[in-house]
Design a protein around this ligand. Structure first.
Ligand code: TRP
Length: 342
């Protein structure tokens, strides 16, 4: 039956590489926006842990295992409702890896030669004067965009929210899907990227974008002592107490604003104009964060004591996901000529 309300539902899919516990920047820029987007009635959200993608950068088994749990628990603790979204682990969906191979046989090597991550590795080697431009480059790094295309095409996603750095991968996905559809028949949906707004970027303790690689993050789930310590590290200028301060260029204010109500932000802004001391401003930010993060922290602690719940949740998610991937993979195999003789 052709249900007109159903046909309007957009499938939104995104993956989270499981490399390290998410921080406040991820919370404001990705986790909370994705959770609120998943609550829209016209959206069907597919959210998954890209745990096999994480092997590209990390070959420490316990780190791989722990990160996967931490990221899963983070999303659940921050309010993701596994009943209304399809929340799963990439490694639980073998169909993705079978599709990965089929797509590899269609993806032009020249296309992958142009991938930013690969090109950056090559140019680092050249700059270092190495006579092997591919030094340290694994096939995992090289094929990364194909696996990502398989993640997306396997579920016929319409929209893929990603950071600016991932835009090229969505273009490659579109390219590979178009080739497949042209050659074997229209089985795949061509996805559109949805690029995160730069305005959602939170500064870290040194004023640059908050990022694990800059070592300037503020944790979400640490206890209040550690949280205070991170907040007190935020870099400010040398204006004295009593001197008016500019909130628009201040990391303390920007972080505060990302988690405060409008009226809280307005009164904090007033304090800046009145020359609040930096120590006091940071204390105010700490108190806000401590309050806002408390429920997430408590929920996260609960989940760390109930790993079985997280495991079962992901397994149920995988079952839901496979209801979508299995029939499509069946059609894909058939389309390429891999099927029973009789
Ligand atoms: N490569 C993405 C990142 O590092 C994670 C990812 C893997 C992804 N597969 C995906 C994102 C599919 C969107 C769709 O951010």
């Amino acid at each position: 039956m052709n249900n007109p309300t159903e046909t309007k539902i957009k499938r939104v899919l995104t993956g989270i590489t499981t490399s390290g516990i998410p921080h406040l920047g991820n919370l404001a820029g990705a986790v909370l926006p994705a959770i609120s987007a998943s609550q829209k009635p016209d959206t069907s959200s597919f959210l998954f842990l890209a745990d096999y993608h994480s092997l590209i950068k990390n070959q420490d088994p316990s780190l791989t295992h722990d990160s996967s749990f931490e990221v899963a628990a983070c999303w659940l603790a921050c309010g993701l409702n596994p009943r209304t979204v399809t929340f799963y682990r990439q490694s639980d969906i073998p169909d993705i890896f079978e599709l990965n191979w089929i797509l590899s046989c269609l993806a032009a090597k020249g296309l992958l030669n142009r991938a930013h991550a690969y090109k950056a590795a090559v140019s680092n080697n050249e700059e270092a004067g190495s006579n092997d431009p591919d030094k340290g480059v694994t096939m995992g790094l090289y094929n990364y965009p194909v696996l990502m295309a398989a993640d997306i095409l396997m579920f016929r996603a319409n929209i893929v929210p990603v950071g600016q750095d991932q835009k090229q991968h969505i273009e490659m996905t579109r390219d590979i899907a178009t080739r497949f559809n042209h050659h074997y028949g229209e089985l795949f949906t061509i996805p559109d990227p949805q690029i995160d707004e730069v305005t959602g970027v939170l500064p870290g303790t040194d004023g640059q974008k908050m990022s694990k690689s800059y070592n300037n993050t503020i944790p979400i789930f640490a206890n209040d002592k550690k949280l205070r310590k991170a907040v007190m590290k935020i870099k400010t200028n040398s204006l004295e107490p009593g001197e008016p301060k500019d909130p628009s260029t201040c990391s303390v204010f920007k972080i505060f604003k990302a988690f405060a109500t409008e009226s809280e932000a307005t009164s904090f802004r007033q304090n800046y104009e009145n020359g609040i001391a930096w120590g006091k401003a940071k204390e105010t930010l700490f108190e806000l964060l401590d309050e806002v993060l408390k429920p997430y922290r408590e929920e996260y602690q609960k989940l760390t004591r109930d790993k079985k719940f997280v495991e079962n949740t992901l397994r149920e998610g995988a079952t839901k996901a496979r209801d979508v991937s299995e029939p499509l993979l069946h059609d894909v195999r058939k389309a390429v000529g891999i099927r029973a003789f009789s």
